[in-house]
Write a protein that binds this ligand. Structure first.
Ligand code: NAP
Length: 246
């Protein structure tokens, strides 16, 4: 259980982030549901949590904005006095072949996916270090582990998340803080449902377990890493991908 814990999940209005927020709240955590543009979706997540008797609020912040992340961290600490679980989930794709990828698409993906995680970790690090406790869980991707044609920017950001996770884990271990990454495979969310049926079929053929994953299956892995059972695990990448990265 995560009773009395405070958790912040970035990009929790929809998709995997929403599933993580719902799961952590179900385990008893107070959940801050971060969003960037989807205010209604984030409020829907909050309502879903409250209707089950949980505690949640939605807070807007563009994770790629260093200053805005600092303000978010300040207001969270002022209100809750602490943060126990930080889940850096917010992410975007802007796919294309390297030879034609625009500088803007490269920067946007890196700024959101990688710098976004850095921004949040940087602004909450003092809180975690002072508390001498905390869990940081960063959402990477199978594309960051294996690479993926057409996703040079995304794969770089998700591989970067792994380096960021391992370095932070080494820096923070002496204070009892665990930092891990979860690397999802193909998960049924807006990011994947935009694909055509033929691409989808080809994709499924590459998944040893023979199916696309569900957001709730990623949430289970995050909940495990956030809980007491994972107190001796840090600096790891947990692939939840139906066997894609074997
Ligand atoms: P999604 O359905 O497209 O949702 C993306 C989430 O990120 C939204 O809640 C969005 O919030 C938020 N977001 C985007 N830019 C943001 C910003 N600048 N600041 C704050 N929030 C921002 O994606 P998903 O499939 O759930 O993916 C969630 C995470 O899992 C991502 O990091 C993704 O790379 C990773 N992942 C997904 C898959 C998959 O198959 N789906 C596989 C591997 C890894 P707003 O709507 O408010 O902008």
């Amino acid at each position: 259980m995560l009773t009395d814990k405070t958790a912040l999940v970035t990009g929790a209005g929809r998709g995997i982030g929403r599933a993580i927020a719902l799961k952590l709240a179900k385990l008893g955590a107070k959940v801050i549901v971060n969003y960037s543009g989807s205010k209604e979706k984030a409020e829907e997540t909050v309502e879903m949590i409250r209707s089950e008797g949980g505690n949640a609020e939605a807070l807007q912040c563009d994770v790629s904005d260093y200053k805005a992340c600092g303000e978010l961290a300040k207001s969270v600490i002022e209100k809750y006095g602490r943060l126990d679980i930080l889940v850096n989930n917010a992410g975007i794709t802007k796919d294309g072949l390297l030879m034609s990828m625009s500088e803007e698409d490269y920067d946007k993906v890196l700024d959101t996916n990688l710098k976004g995680a850095f921004n949040m970790m940087r602004h909450f690090s003092r809180t975690f270090l002072k508390q001498r406790s905390g869990r940081i869980i960063n959402i990477s991707s199978v594309s960051g582990v294996l690479g993926n044609a057409g996703q040079a920017n995304y794969s770089a950001s998700k591989a970067g998340i792994i380096g960021l996770t391992k370095s932070a884990a080494r820096e923070m271990a002496s204070r009892g803080i665990c930092v891990n990454a979860v690397a999802p495979g193909f998960i049924e969310t807006d990011m994947v449902s935009a694909m055509g049926e033929d691409i989808r079929q080809k994709l499924v053929e590459k998944i040893p377990l023979g199916r696309i994953g569900q957001a709730a299956e990623i949430a289970e892995a995050v909940a495990f890493l956030a809980g007491d059972a994972a107190a001796y695990i840090t600096g790891q990448v947990l692939c939840v991908d139906g066997g894609m990265a074997i």
